[in-house]
Design a protein around this ligand. Sequence first.
Ligand code: COA
Length: 323
Amino acid sequence: MIISRIIGFESALPPFTVTNDDLAKIVDTSDEWISSRTGIRTRHLTADQNTSDLCIIAAEKLLKKAGWAPESVDLIVLGSVSPDYTTPRTACLVQEALGCKNAFCFDLAAACSGFIYSLSVADKFIKAGGVKRALVLGGETLSKITDWSDRSTCVLFGDGAGGVLMEASEEGGILCEDIHSDGSKGMALTAGYRTNKSPYYKGEPKSSEFIDMNGREVFTFATRKVPESIKTVLEKSGTAMEDIRYIVLHQANTRINDVIARKLKAPAEKFFTNIDRIGNTSGASVPIALAEMNEKGLLKKGDKILISGFGGGLTWATMLIEL
Ligand code: COA
């Protein structure tokens, strides 16, 4: 049986960081409010890079460390809701920069679940047999779709990118997944609404570039659906919580993740968190966390880890991976 093995974890963060005190100079907020409600203390924000720039840095490191020739990559999938262009997509920009000329490339927009959705899609291409090597990335420059006068959202987000390499294998890899969407609650978290501007369009022209969120609704959704999803993956795969080395949740908010941990009755040391330094980087948060864990030597061959993303759409997705 073909299994998609994951090799290599890398990330790229803009060098510029902004503290809660810095934000208190531009909106009516405080370090105490932000850190007590979200766990966030500082975040990286791009000063001159776009999403593709960060993705290219992460992807270059991945290929270099694995010793993969760029031409050997068959597929690039990139989870993002803040691409450089509508077209060409960021995955194509990465392809060009790296010289992955044999890959077919596309972006996948599933907000904060985007990286795990992308892993799932790449996994299916690998299992179907057409793809042997895939580059899967999550990259965001949310700062360009953030309303910097809205204190309820601008304090939450950060920029960054991360990714992994996937290869057809006979052992390890993606063992089980649980993936969902609920469009009926989509308006709880929106960005980038656009109506038509053609001379023939009769409706009211309207656009809203920025992220708009009902924080309480998103909080309730995440704390309800993510524990269910993780329990489903454990049951479907016949895995006990004790066999899981780490749980890497989308880094949206410490309070959300604490509630999820409580509902799962899982010990705090199983949960990796870096939200205090990174903020919410949407589709990039899980691969950025994995890269940091790898850098710190926390990821060991044979370990089973759970990764779970949740957010706009609404979407949520959990995956069990054996390293
Ligand atoms: N600084 C100070 N006050 C702020 C603030 C800020 N940055 N943002 C909001 N407030 C104020 C509000 O204006 C409101 O004031 P009011 O009572 O005078 O009207 C008050 O704080 C409470 O606002 P509310 O939105 O109800 O806060 P909350 O307790 O729900 O916390 C979130 C807000 C965003 C931290 C919380 O809802 C949350 O974590 N939601 C999940 C969001 C998330 O993680 N989304 C991404 C998922 S992918």
